[in-house]
Design a protein around this ligand. Structure first.
Ligand SMILES: Nc1ncnc2c1ncn2[C@@H]1O[C@H](COP(=O)(O)OP(=O)(O)O)[C@@H](O)[C@H]1O
Ligand SMILES: [Mg+2]
Length: 729
């Protein structure tokens, strides 16, 4: 839920309270509020109620574990009872909740610690765990049983909780302290909830099973287990998703709001609560991206005196400030409040739930829309066990929370559909709707403020900047898929041709030599001429002993001319990930892209490049992507797009400059940033000298490119390593 919506919801609750005081006849209790708003609280149907309940509990478990830096072990058990009631048990190994807080956590609506914190959390999306207790009580009259154990206590708290809806308070019963055993072992810390509710367990795309499967994909560090039983106690559905990494998501920072994303109500509340005595300090202390200069400009534009006391600012004046916010140049908000999953972990997460042959993933750099930082990640898997006859599976996530409803109306789906997937090797009839084929696409939007289409929070609302980022990410993974498919067919065809020539040609040669009574000729040059191709073969192997991933690349020249190439390999460069062996040297072309210049390859010759990478785990890197610079097509590799490579370097240089700038001055202006960024825009001039010019068979494009200034390139429908979208191959 957006903070704006929370403001509204809190407004409604506050109004309800106020009304209760004003008029005794017209009492609106929280239970009535809940009853009236079940649809957007997620409890409107029996099928949905159980999903929402599991979601509230599991999201809390994941959040609590993440904050306490514990690798989560989560167990969900559902059992059908008499009638349309079910029993739901959710258990975690998190920090637990101290005895004195249990009542508040489960008995007070909107207690959530995160309403005001601007940072990416799962918690922002739901009504909270109290909603589950409320639903249980309203539909079955039952109490919810809680067991909570914190590490510093010697025993666990066991208690039954009900809700006093008039007073917005929990009522306790049967409280006791006792040691907590699970499967014969004492639990050191954790939380368990057992509740009974009217609900219906259902399988399929909108089910608890699917919700947990998706959750486990975007939380590769979590182990999640599901067991569903019928009335007889037989297991009718289950899942067991075991963690594929021990890396916990990094701790996200809280940030102050950015003026571009603030509503009037929010600003008024901030003004009212302000401790500063002057408006300039109020603006500088409470917002991100506001320098002294910007603060003065804002006040000038809204005709407010710098020395005015914030608490005294009136509504129309605050409105003036809101308008001024949009007119003044401000620094972008910081982006370390986001928690992307990151490329390798997306692969690991996907591998937990989907068995596929090929995976291509991308984590885009953070971007900003309306003062709110956001970041897009996409993963595409293809082949393997995936069904190929229907539309691809779309897995949508906002801040690591699965979105399971309203797929068609969601911006994330629309962005996916806007790509012409035929270009990337998927069946896409009419270029509309979802493409078909044995593929699944994961889309993750991380943001401090996800804008949904409705309070139900199931579909992301339209936003051009977000859509464009998703589209770019799609093109990037699509390109990976296309290269993979192209490589596969090219290699297959070449292999067939090679096999055929190697069988037929010697046979013809033998027969004709026999007939003519001559000696058999040397066939190698002939075969080479007929093949007329340069091949590249690559392999990635995992060395158990040394924990290295070894990449071997071999290039064969089956053409009649000498050939010269530069090879470039994409590799998962990152923190702690290094080359441990690289005897051929070469050099870095961009982050995650290494280049080696090959000596001239004579006809019939081959050459090998071998390097080893440390700091990865087994399965982290399973498919090499190789590019080349050179004239002749190379089967098994893709020609690098120099323009896009340049653009990539420019963006990197800019990011470095920005990071330096952020370090150097906390407050600054956009203009100064632009000044600093300018000189680094031209890429390192030494770069081009080494490209192709030295060899006689230089690629004409590369030579032509060498002398030209870096052009400004439209990045809307292009990407780093491939062709422009729409370009024929
Ligand atoms: N499983 C849990 N383990 C530890 N703390 C929890 C757990 N569930 C809830 N909490 C605490 O209770 C608070 C309120 O939870 P909730 O009502 O769901 O709101 P929110 O998740 O938005 O913060 C959480 O912020 C957290 O501090
Ligand atoms: Mg919650």
């Amino acid at each position: 839920m957006s903070s704006g919506q929370w403001e509204d919801l809190k407004g409604v609750v506050a109004m309800a309270n106020a009304e209760r005081i004003v008029s005794k006849q017209k009492q609106i209790s929280i239970s009535e509020f809940f009853e009236k708003n079940k649809h957007f609280l997620g409890f409107d149907t029996l099928q949905r109620a159980v999903i929402t309940a599991v979601k509230e509990a599991v999201d809390n478990s994941l959040d609590a574990c993440e904050e306490a830096r514990i690798l989560p072990d989560i167990k969900v058990e559902i059992k059908r009872l008499e009638g349309d009631r079910i029993e739901l048990i959710c258990q975690d190994n998190g920090p637990g909740i101290p005895r004195d807080s249990v009542e508040n956590v489960f008995g007070k609506f909107l207690l959530g610690s995160r309403f005001h914190a601007i940072r990416q959390t799962r918690g922002q999306q739901g009504i909270g765990i109290t909603g589950v207790l409320m639903y249980s009580q309203l539909t079955t009259g039952s109490k919810t049983h809680i067991v909570s154990k914190i590490a510093s206590d010697s025993s666990a708290v066991h208690v039954d909780l009900g809700l006093d809806t008039r007073k917005n308070r929990a009522t306790k019963s049967n409280e006791r302290r006792d040691v907590w055993f699970e499967d014969g072992e004492e639990v050191v810390h954790g939380l368990k909830i057992r509740t009974v509710m009217r609900a219906k367990y259902q399988r399929g795309r909108q089910s608890v099973h699917q919700y947990l499967r998706m959750t486990s994909i975007v939380n590769p560090h979590a182990t999640i287990k599901l067991t569903v039983r019928n009335r007889e106690g037989e297991i009718i559905d289950q899942g067991n998703w075991i963690r594929t990494t021990e890396h916990l998501p990094r701790i996200v920072e809280e940030i102050k709001p950015h003026p571009h994303g603030i509503h009037l109500g929010q600003l008024q509340r901030m003004l009212k609560e302000a401790e500063e005595r002057k408006l300039t300090s109020f603006l500088r202390h409470n917002f991100s991206g506001v320098s002294m200069r910007a603060a003065r400009e804002i006040l000038q534009l809204s005709e407010l005196d710098e020395g005015r006391t914030p608490v005294r600012v009136k509504a129309d004046e605050a409105q003036g400030m809101i308008e001024a916010f949009q007119k003044v140049k401000l620094l972008s908000p910081p982006t370390d409040c986001l928690s992307p999953i990151e490329e390798i972990l997306i692969k690991k997460g996907l591998s937990k739930a989907i068995d596929s042959r090929f995976a291509s993933t991308v984590t885009r750099k953070p971007a900003v829309t309306q003062g709110q930082p956001f970041q897009i990640e996409v993963g595409l898997v293809f082949g393997g066990d995936l069904a190929g006859d229907g539309p691809i599976e779309v897995l949508r996530f906002a801040n690591r929370v699965p979105l399971m409803y309203q797929q068609g109306g969601c911006l994330l789906t629309k962005a996916l559909e806007s790509v012409d997937w035929k270009q990337y090797g998927l069946d896409h009839p009419g270029g509309r709707g979802l493409p078909k084929g044995p593929a699944a696409v994961l889309i993750h939007l991380a943001s401090t403020n996800v804008q949904f289409t409705s309070e139900a929070k199931e579909a992301v609302a339209d936003n051009e900047e977000v859509k464009e980022e998703v589209r770019k990410a799609m093109l990037e993974v699509g390109r990976g898929l296309r290269n993979h498919l192209k490589k596969r067919t090219q290699r297959k065809k070449a292999q067939e041709k090679f096999d055929l020539i190697n069988i037929i040609l010697p046979e013809i040669s033998r027969k004709s030599s026999e007939m003519l009574g001559r000696e058999e000729p040397d066939l190698a040059p002939v075969i080479t001429r007929i093949m007329d191709a340069v091949f590249l073969e690559d392999s990635l192997t995992w060395d158990k002993e040394t924990k290295q991933t070894i990449c071997t690349i071999t290039v064969y020249n089956y053409t009649a001319r000498a050939r010269a190439y530069t090879l470039l390999a994409k590799w998962p460069e990152g923190e702690g990930v290094r080359f441990s062996e690289n005897p051929r040297g070469g050099r870095k072309e961009a982050t995650g892209l290494w280049a080696w210049r090959l000596d001239t390859l004579d006809p019939g010759q081959s050459t090998e490049i071998r390097f080893a990478v440390e700091g990865l785990d087994r399965g982290d890197w399973t498919e090499a992507e190789i590019f080349f610079r050179g004239q002749k097509e190379m089967i098994g590799a893709t020609k690098i797009d120099e323009k896009l490579l340049d653009e990539m370097r420019k963006i990197e240089a800019l990011a470095v400059a920005e990071a330096e700038h952020a370090k150097a001055t906390v407050v600054g202006s956009m203009e100064r940033l632009a000044e600093r960024a300018e000189p680094v825009e031209a890429p390192d001039s030494a770069m081009s000298e080494d490209t192709e010019a030295a060899t006689e068979v230089a690629a004409p494009e590369a030579v032509a490119h060498e002398g030209t200034d870096t052009e400004a390139i439209q990045t809307t429908d292009t990407d780093w390593f491939g062709l422009k979208e729409g370009e024929e191959e």
